[in-house]
Design a protein around this ligand. Structure first.
Ligand code: C2E
Ligand code: MG
Ligand code: MG
Length: 569
């Protein structure tokens, strides 16, 4: 633009343009992202202040140079070729790239490059904008380690065990092989802890952990679930007898470890085999646990394999599946609502919808007990549609009465998202109720993030295009990838209640909360802590920088009428 000519012709507009230009320069320098502009050949003509802060290079050192000076050497030519061809084809490229600072340190950054064209469509410049994401990366690594290991013994914890189990099931299904899941509980551990003190108890647990680890193959998993409960996963076994053999070794390991500490203790072990004793994690865990109880009942210091005839809960499951089918028609579902609030003030900022099944004979059944069954039978699609419709209609009525201006959260399972008409279901629920899309938040579990194949990504984008926001529920309990978090339209992370439960005592959980808060700040996500049950937990979370929360401390899940009272007060 010919700025001078304009100034002559329209002095006042010229002043304004000059002011705008000044404002632009100030804006560029105030930005926290590094920015650079190059000419069409790719030589740098302009950088902002954040560029210098991140790279260490002053403007006068890089102007006229090619951004190649920043290359870390971590990417091959093919990487840069792909970047340039995307730029030529689409006019833009974005992605994660490792660069090098002036002092030689390499760092990860998130870079977007766009080409700028003149009126004739010729490229005149390139604009690059990047953020230093090393803090996010570190937080994520720290989080991944802390979240998946037991600090006392260094063994994998429950979360990592779940991950390995999922993997083992997949492998065994494909290879048509078997694996064993073993529950190990020390006998009389509580007595040792109480009489000799926690230090002695901890030392015993560490010794037992080491011995058990040494007694299995490197590919097997020994995990500690907490307290004196250990779980062993033996992959690719030939049969039950092999598992029993390893269990005998485990019994020896425990005795030895105790001997060395001058203690006398033993263990009780329960074994379940895939696929004979269960084909999903929950069933295998339950069955190994019930076999372990039978070891205790039979006098301890022994291993027992699972026997289906002792299990009554399988019958209950079949019974549930039968009556689930009619539950919707018979109007047996209800919703309860749990407020989410700003931790510092207690102000209600949202309400989560939780499903209840009032069974005429069995009484109130919690979602954890029937949602997996409903997923399997396919009934969850219809139930989920009812939940969305009912909850949206409710929330809009609270808004109309001037009682509520927050966000309604509704849980959705991966099976619902996978269903073709899900986006339409959401659209209809919004249209029928009149609830604005931005007042609806859908809670998805972390596992959805791992399975974002084309279809699911499309569904999430379509939902976000409607204006609906997404929260990751039970965050921290699985392996979330930063890549997916950055690329999916997620606005909120809900810290799994398991990490809140042992606050403020657990240093480990405190570190996890801190890392999640840091992750949230860096990715600009709201953080909601779940399962807050007391004031100590609330104030600790505030100190750690967490902004929102949910839990029995301030609000239990309540009926609609009780919620109206809470909203009005
Ligand atoms: P969630 O979404 O993580 O919900 C939080 C669960 O923690 C709820 O259990 C709630 O009652 C409970 N809770 C809340 N505050 C506290 C606390 O301070 N301490 C403790 N110990 N627990 C607390 P609920 O209602 O049994 O729901 C369990 C799960 O079932 C939910 O976990 C959610 O994943 C699923 N669910 C619930 N309703 C629906 C639904 O309509 N559709 C789908 N697909 N899933 C649902
Ligand atoms: Mg939830
Ligand atoms: Mg949750």
């Amino acid at each position: 633009m010919d700025l001078d000519a304009k100034v002559d012709q329209h002095e006042s507009r010229g002043d304004e343009t000059a002011r705008t230009n000044g404002l632009w320069a100030a804006t560029l320098d105030a930005a926290s992202e590094g920015m650079l502009v190059t000419d069409h050949r790719g030589n740098i003509i302009l950088v902002n202040r954040a560029y210098t802060e991140i790279t260490g290079y002053r403007a006068d050192e890089v102007i006229g140079m090619n951004p190649r000076v920043l290359r870390s050497g971590r990417h091959d030519e093919a990487f840069y070729d792909a970047m340039w061809s995307a730029l030529r084809r689409d006019g833009r490229w974005q992605g994660e790239i490792w660069n090098k600072r002036k002092d030689g340190e390499t760092y990860p950054s998130w870079l977007s490059i766009s080409s700028i064209k003149d009126a004739n469509g010729r490229i005149t410049n390139f604009l690059g904008i990047f953020a230093d994401i090393s803090v996010i990366k570190q937080a994520q690594q720290q989080l991944a380690y802390l979240a998946h290991h037991d600090p006392l013994t260094g063994l994998p914890n429950r979360l990592m065990l779940m991950e390995r189990l999922e993997h083992a099931i997949e492998l065994a299904r494909r290879a048509k092989s078997q694996f064993a899941l073993m529950f190990i509980d020390l006998d009389d551990f509580k007595k040792i802890n109480d009489s000799l003190g926690h230090d002695a108890g901890d030392a015993l647990l560490r010794a037992v952990a080491g011995r058990m680890r040494d007694a299995v193959r490197a590919a097997d998993t020994v995990a500690r679930l907490g307290g004196d409960e250990f779980v062993v996963l033996l992959e690719n076994i030939k049969g039950e007898s092999e598992a029993v053999c390893v269990a005998e070794k485990m019994l020896e390991s425990v005795k030895h470890a105790a001997d060395l500490q001058g203690l006398c203790t033993s263990a009780s072990i329960g074994i379940a085999i895939f696929p004979g004793d269960g084909t999903d994690i929950a069933t295998l865990m339950r069955n190994a646990d019930s076999a372990m109880y039978r070891s205790k009942q039979a006098g301890r210091n022994r291993a027992t394999t699972y026997d289906a005839s002792f299990n009554a809960s399988a019958c209950r499951r079949i019974e549930l599946e039968g009556s689930l089918r009619q539950a919707l028609e018979l109007d047996q579902f209800t919703l309860v609502y749990q407020p989410q609030y700003e931790l510092s003030s207690g102000r209600i900022t949202g309400v989560e919808t939780l499903l209840r099944w009032q069974h005429p004979e069995l009484g109130d059944i919690e979602p954890a007990q029937f949602i997996p069954a409903a997923e399997e039978t396919g009934d969850l699609t219809g139930i989920g549609r009812w939940v969305l419709k009912t909850a949206c209609r409710e929330a809009e009525s609270w808004r109309n009465r001037g009682l509520f201006d927050g966000c309604l959260s509704v849980n959705v399972s991966i099976r619902q998202l996978e269903c073709n008409e899900f986006v339409r279901t959401v659209e209809e629920a919004l249209a029928h109720s009149g609830l604005p899309a931005q007042c609806l938040q859908l809670e998805i579990t972390e596992s959805v993030l791992l399975r974002t194949t084309g279809h699911l990504t499309g569904v999430l984008s379509a939902l976000s295009a409607l204006g609906v926001t997404l929260a990751v529920d039970d965050f921290g309990s699985g392996y979330s990838s930063l890549y997916h978090l950055k690329n999916l339209p997620v606005s909120t992370l809900k810290i799994d209640a398991a990490f809140v439960q042992n606050l403020p005592a657990s240093e480990n959980d405190k570190a996890i909360v801190r890392a999640i808060v840091a992750l949230g700040e860096n990715l600009d996500l709201s953080i909601v802590a779940e399962g807050i049950e007391n004031e100590e937990q609330r104030s600790l979370l505030i100190r750690e920088g967490c902004q929102f929360g949910q839990g029995f401390h301030l609000y239990h899940p309540v009926t609609r009428d009780q919620l109206l009272v809470a909203l009005a007060s």
